[in-house]
Design a protein around this ligand. Structure first.
Ligand SMILES: [Zn+2]
Length: 216
């Protein structure tokens, strides 16, 4: 993926296409945002298919939630995005998707574990699950804002995923890697009858030493 252009529009359109084509969202699900500067973010419009975004579907919104440029309503999950940007100054982009395997695992009572695979642990780190709250609710935004302070990804019970990054590529690839790892976990369960266990603490510390700790 190329660098973010001046307004970040091209890369948001590209990531929307990838999310849709890889089945990480369906219909008009999901939302994408990029921090433009200290006072403004770019966010996808509500109710549009992420596989068919155009520049008009991306709005400039202030950090207090006012639409500054563009027509239509911003994503209903805007409060969740603004909450994350308010507590994570290092975060420049956020991807919210509905990946089917990750979402299925939130309903099994067996949590997904990013420590199943070494590279997923290194590039994403721990991935807590947020207990169910209605989509777009203040309750959900508050829980996400509280939990994201210590991690780069969250799963939302019966709903989907949130990944953050220092740029949009990083946020998007974290979603893709997590869904891929979830699929590996489910294949393991099909073959062996149970989900894999995580790498133990000693092996995780060894990985972090070897790769001098994951970014952001
Ligand atoms: Zn959603």
């Amino acid at each position: 993926m190329g660098r973010i252009d001046k307004d970040g529009l091209d890369e948001i359109i590209l990531v929307g296409k990838k999310l849709y084509e890889r089945g990480l969202v369906s219909a008009t699900d999901g939302n994408i945002s990029v921090r433009k500067n200290d006072d403004e973010i770019l966010i996808t419009r509500s109710g549009v298919c992420k596989g068919e975004l155009s520049a008009e579907d991306i709005l400039v919104v202030s950090t207090s939630g006012d639409v500054l440029t563009g027509r239509g309503k911003p994503s209903v999950e805007l409060p969740m995005h603004l909450g994350i940007y308010s507590v994570r100054k290092d975060v420049r982009a956020i991807v919210h998707a509905h990946p089917p395997v990750l979402t299925a695992l939130t309903m099994t009572g067996v949590n997904f574990n990013s420590a199943w695979l070494p590279e997923v642990w290194l590039s994403v780190g721990p991935v807590p699950t947020v207990p169910y709250a209605p989509p777009s609710s203040k309750e959900l935004a508050d829980q996400v804002t509280r939990l994201i302070t210590n991690c780069n990804a969250l799963l939302l019970e019966r709903h989907g995923s949130i990944t953050v990054g220092r740029n949009l590529s990083e946020a998007y690839y974290r979603t893709e890697k997590l869904e891929h790892a979830a699929l590996v976990g489910v294949f393991t369960a099909i073959v062996s009858g149970k989900l894999p266990g995580p790498l133990d603490q000693e092996k995780l510390r060894e990985l972090e030493r070897l790769f001098s700790v994951r970014s952001s």
